[in-house]
Design a protein around this ligand. Sequence first.
Ligand SMILES: [Zn+2]
Length: 285
Amino acid sequence: MRYLGTHVSTVGGVGQGPLRAREIPVNTIQLFAKNNNQWLSKNPLLPAEIETFKRNRKECGVAIAFSHAGYLINLASPDPKNHGLSLESLAQELERAELLELDFVVLHPGAHVGSGMTLGIHKISESLNKTFDAFPKGKTQLLLETTAGQGTSVGHTFEQLAAIFDKVKDKKRIGICLDTCHVFAGGYDIRTAEGYEKMWQEFDQVLGLKKLKAIHLNDSKTDFASHVDRHDHIGQGKLGDLPFQMLMQDSRFEKTPMVLETPKHDDFVKWDRINLKKLMQWTKA
Ligand SMILES: [Zn+2]
């Protein structure tokens, strides 16, 4: 079975996510386990909501479900108040993921905000160690996402991500989520077969393919190495069809969960169906 899906809305409660998956239909989902633009949720996840999510997940045939952590979290922040809130917020994300029995939590590594890449990387590793130490029994894996390198964000080269991993003590609790739009905007030209293979070889040499746990499927509105993160529909952006065709036919990633984060245009299913249909057609070729 292939694990292909999309980011689903949780409007109306987290339990609604799997119902939207069935409507499309997909067997793999990403969702926000709390408001993604808020530091902390004031409302704890109630047992009834957790049960609804689990029941709906089972009934809707959702094999893989993971969350994307909130956008405010910055583990590399040099500002003590902001950093403290980031740690608290991440702890809440992990607690919620654990309660919902999610497979992973995807997190943007952070931005050094002028303090420099070396310090930023150090701060992220240290924060991850702190987070895992405070939550020793946690089973949900945390996946650092490859970034476009926008502003001072950390994680647009595999070397930066490897440097973070290097100092994390509990290595089984971390992995990577590769975003096709971000790697391209970040400086890996995957538009040709040679470029695509070169990127994966570098990934394998620097991080190891075993660290890859999920893929975000997004085309890019912005140019190669633009360091600007703007998602587009599959095949309609600067990447075009080929990278996605190669990915869908690459036997190394047949079992890797892949989700769309492409624009929805106020319709929960329409555009996801169009993009998924395109991807699925290549799996049969
Ligand atoms: Zn992404």
